[in-house]
Ligand binder design. Structure first.
Ligand code: FE2
Length: 309
């Protein structure tokens, strides 16, 4: 390992090094966490991370507990590569994954995410990153009443899960897999414990509505972020079972309208930084401060992810 000096960059913070990333993460964790708290995302370039195995070792060396995909209520179809590492989303290359905080549409979410680019795409395929605290502050200046309503009323999400995985959709994970159950009765028990409403559909798919979840999150240092899944749901939750515009409501059940979402979407696009991947790069993202997504791409692209509790 060579001596590594992080270059200060507003967003994301960039660390350029060489050699063993696992050794660097283990030795420099305090400094990395400081940069992460400040910036919300840290990109590690130049290190020797040729395959998923080295990525797994690096995540392990960072030393925080794993958040498993199996236990999560994520809507995305994913494939585990190792215990800690999985494909970020199996949705087709032409599908945009819009900005979101990982699993903020469920009561159980990770605090941080690692991404790793094993194969860089030929065209497109960037990971947009957006500072959610800055977004919320700008939105509050333009629409104070709307932000107050989000903060006070919270939000509820509605989506329909298929009986079997549908990899053609960004939200195609089956209810069996999502809820870790085999039978309808088990699904009902799990949903009831989590405070969801549900309705079985004729084709065995399952329409669920979450309990009221926070749309705004207060950080220990006083910053607040637009911690939710509203943009991704409103822009992207359309497939054969779902209509995106009907997927989000305020906590009292009133649908959130296109006019409500317009400014937040425009600001998030303006604030986005496109992380254009080089093979071997690793990024660490604070899930409470920064939203992420996926641009459409052409050719082969393999970006893997790992979540921290
Ligand atoms: Fe995600």
């Amino acid at each position: 390992m060579t001596d590594i000096m992080p270059e200060s960059a507003p967003f994301p913070a960039i660390v350029t090094g060489s050699g063993d990333l696992a050794a660097y993460l283990a030795a420099s964790k305090a400094r990395i966490d400081e940069a992460l708290a400040e910036s919300g995302a840290v990109l590690f370039g130049g290190f020797d991370v040729p395959t998923a195995e080295e990525f797994d070792t690096a995540v392990e060396a960072y030393g925080e507990p794993n958040f498993t995909y199996a236990e999560s209520l994520s809507n995305a179809v994913r494939v585990n590569v190792t215990d800690r590492i999985f494909t970020a989303n199996e949705a087709p290359p032409s599908t945009s994954i819009y900005l979101h905080h990982e699993m903020a549409q469920t009561p159980i979410y990770p605090s941080k995410l690692f991404f790793y680019c094993e194969i860089a795409p030929e065209k497109g395929g960037a990971t947009p990153l957006c500072r959610s605290d800055i977004l919320l502050e700008q939105l509050r200046k333009k629409e104070p009443q709307l932000v107050a309503r989000f903060a006070e009323a919270g939000v509820r999400y509605t989506n329909t899960m298929p009986a079997e995985d549908d990899p053609g959709s960004g939200q195609g994970r089956s209810w069996r897999s999502t809820l870790s159950v085999d039978e309808k009765s088990g699904a009902e028990q799990r949903l009831s414990a989590l405070g969801y409403d549900w309705q079985w559909q004729e084709d065995e798919s399952l329409r669920v509505t979450t309990p009221v979840l926070d749309a705004v999150r207060a950080m220990p240092d006083g910053r607040r972020s637009f911690f939710n899944q509203l943009i991704a749901a409103f822009r992207g939750w359309s497939d054969t079972r779902n209509t995106a515009s009907k997927s989000i409501a305020f906590g009292d059940g009133t649908l959130i309208t296109p006019a409500d979402m317009e400014t937040a979407i425009r600001l998030s696009d303006e604030l986005s930084y496109d992380l254009e991947w080089q093979a071997g790069e690793v990024a660490l993202v604070d899930n409470f401060l920064v939203m992420h997504g996926r641009r459409p791409f052409e050719g082969k692209r393999r970006v893997l992810a790992s979540l921290i509790q």
